[in-house]
Design a protein around this ligand. Structure first.
Ligand code: AMP
Ligand code: GLY
Length: 440
C-alpha cells in the first residue's frame, strides 16, 4: 500500500486523482497544489495549497506525510527538478528528471536530439542563439515557417506564418526581436496536415502506448480565434482517429520508442514518466511537432476514463523498470471531452462569477474540475478553463451528443465548442487528409 503525493490542481490532475483513488494500492492521496480544486479535494486525504515553484516546500510536505510515491502533473515542477530533489529525499517519482524534462522545456534540445540519433521526425529546422545566418536561412526556405522560442511558454510562444505573421520579412523581424531580448529559438518549416497526440508511458526502456487523441487549440467553433490550452478532445473506439492510417499510429509509436532509446543513450539513464508526442500526419507519414513530459490536458481525461489497468501499478512498474509486464487495457469506446470556459477566455475572461453545474447528470458523463473555486454558496470561475465533461460510447458521434446534452445544462457566463467531436468537423479533417494524400 502506498501513500501517494499528487502535484497539481487542473482537470488533468483531477483525472489522475480519480485513478489513484480507484487503485487497489493507494492508501492515502496527498495533494500539493497552487490553488484549490474542489473535485480533487473531495478525493484527498490532505490538500496543501503552497508554492509549487518551491521544491523544498514540496519535499518537506512529502517527508512530513511519509509519502512513498509522487506523481507530478504539470510541466513546471518537472522543469525545476522536483523529481531529482524528491529522489535525494528517498521518494520515488512518476516523472522525468530535470535533464530529461528538457524534452519539453527546450524545443532546440528535442530537435537536436532527434537529429543526433537519426530519428526522421523533424521538419527542416535550424536553432539560432544569435541573429547570424537567421535572415539567410529564412529567405532560403521554400515553405512557410514557424518561430519557436526555446523554453516553457505555456503553449503560447509559437508563431506560425499565416496565423501570427504573414511575410518572411515580418517573421524575421519577430525572430530578431526574440534574439535581441536574449532568447534562443528554432526556425522550422511549417507542416501541413492534421495534428494528433500519441501519449506513451515509459520506464526507461519499455513503453505503454495510449490510444491517439485529437485536441482543439483554437477558442471558437470552426477553429477560429486565439490559441488556448485546449478546448476539447476526442478519441475513437478503435484507438486510432478517423483521418489516420494505421501506419501513422505505428510510426508515431516508433518515434516515441526511438526517442526513449536516444535519451537513455545520451544520459545513461532512462526517461521515466509520460512521453507526450504532439504529431502531425502528412501526405506520407508523420512528423513530430513537439514533446511534452506530462499528460496532455484535456487528453488525460479521454485516456484515463478508459484505462482499465491499475494506474498505481503502472507508476510502480515505471519506477522498477518492469512496464513490459503490464499489458495495456482500455475500454473499447470512443470518448469526447469538452471544456466550458469563462466568457472572454482566453484573453479577457470574466472571473469571480458563479456557475451552476448541479443539473449535469453524472451517470452520463464524467466531470472534471479545473479553474473553479468552491465557496459557501457554490462554484466560481477563476478565469481559465473551468469544467471538463467526458462522454463515452461505442460510437464517436453518440459520445459527442451525450457531452453536448449535459454541457448545455451548465449555467453561467461561459461557452464551449459545440463542434468538437461532431461528424461535420471530423469529416472536414478526413477530407483535408484525403486531399493532401491525393495531391502530387
Ligand atoms: P507547440 O508549442 O510546439 O505545440 O506549438 C503550438 C502549435 O503550433 C502546434 O500545436 C501547431 O499547431 C503549431 N506548430 C508548431 N510547429 C509547427 C510546424 N512545424 N508546422 C505547423 N504548425 C506548427
Ligand atoms: N493538450 C495540450 C497540452 O496539454 O499541452
Amino acid at each position: 500500500m502506498k501513500k501517494i503525493l499528487l502535484i497539481g490542481n487542473g482537470a488533468r490532475e483531477h483525472a489522475i486523482a480519480k485513478q489513484i483513488k480507484a487503485s487497489r494500492q493507494a492508501n492515502g492521496l496527498f495533494i500539493f497544489a497552487a490553488s484549490q480544486n474542489p473535485g480533487i479535494k473531495a478525493l484527498a486525504t490532505d490538500y496543501q495549497v503552497g508554492d509549487i515553484s518551491n521544491n523544498s516546500e514540496i519535499v518537506d510536505y512529502a517527508l512530513d506525510n511519509k509519502i512513498t510515491l509522487a506523481v507530478i502533473g504539470p510541466e513546471a515542477p518537472l522543469a525545476q527538478g522536483i523529481v531529482d530533489d524528491l529522489e535525494v529525499a528517498g521518494i520515488a517519482s512518476f516523472g522525468p528528471t530535470k535533464k530529461q524534462a528538457d524534452l519539453e522545456v527546450s524545443k532546440a534540445f528535442t530537435r537536436d536530439l532527434l537529429t543526433e540519433y537519426q530519428i526522421p521526425a523533424c521538419p527542416l529546422y535550424q536553432v539560432f542563439a544569435t541573429k547570424e545566418g537567421l535572415a539567410d536561412f529564412i529567405m532560403a526556405m521554400e515553405t512557410d515557417f514557424v518561430i519557436k522560442p526555446d523554453g516553457l511558454t505555456g503553449g503560447k510562444g509559437v508563431m506560425v506564418q499565416g496565423d501570427h505573421f504573414n511575410t518572411k520579412e515580418q517573421g524575421i523581424k519577430l525572430a530578431e526581436e526574440i534574439i535581441s531580448a536574449g532568447g534562443k529559438l528554432v526556425i522550422e518549416e511549417k507542416l501541413i496536415g492534421q495534428e494528433f497526440s500519441l501519449i506513451s508511458i515509459c520506464d526507461g526502456d519499455n513503453l505503454f502506448h495510449f490510444p491517439a487523441v485529437q485536441d482543439h487549440k483554437r477558442a471558437f467553433v470552426g477553429d477560429q480565434g486565439p490559441n488556448t490550452g485546449g478546448m476539447g478532445t476526442y478519441s475513437d473506439q478503435d484507438f486510432s482517429l478517423p483521418f489516420l492510417h494505421n501506419n501513422d499510429i505505428v510510426e508515431a509509436q516508433k518515434i516515441n520508442e526511438a526517442t526513449t532509446k536516444a535519451l537513455k543513450n545520451k544520459f545513461g539513464c532512462g526517461y521515466k514518466g509520460v512521453l507526450y508526442g504532439g504529431f502531425i500526419a502528412l501526405k506520407t507519414g508523420v512528423k513530430l511537432i513537439e514533446y511534452n513530459a506530462r499528460f496532455g490536458d484535456p487528453e488525460a481525461m479521454n485516456l484515463l476514463v478508459i484505462l482499465k489497468n491499475d494506474f498505481v501499478d503502472i507508476c510502480e512498474a515505471v519506477i522498477s523498470g518492469t512496464l513490459d509486464k503490464i499489458i495495456p487495457e482500455f475500454e473499447p469506446v470512443a470518448t469526447v471531452c469538452k471544456y466550458v470556459v469563462p466568457d472572454g477566455y482566453p484573453n479577457n475572461p470574466v472571473k469571480d462569477v458563479k456557475i451552476d453545474i448541479s443539473l449535469v447528470d453524472t451517470n452520463k458523463v464524467d466531470i472534471f474540475y479545473a479553474a473553479v473555486d468552491e465557496q459557501k454558496n457554490g462554484l466560481y470561475l477563476t478565469g481559465s478553463r473551468a469544467i471538463a465533461l467526458v462522454g463515452r460510447h461505442q460510437d464517436l458521434y453518440e459520445a459527442e451528443k451525450i457531452v453536448e446534452q449535459e454541457i448545455q445544462k451548465i449555467k453561467g457566463p461561459i461557452f464551449h465548442r459545440e463542434d468538437i467531436g461532431t461528424r461535420e468537423l471530423i469529416e472536414k479533417r478526413v477530407e483535408m487528409m484525403k486531399s493532401i494524400r491525393s495531391n502530387n
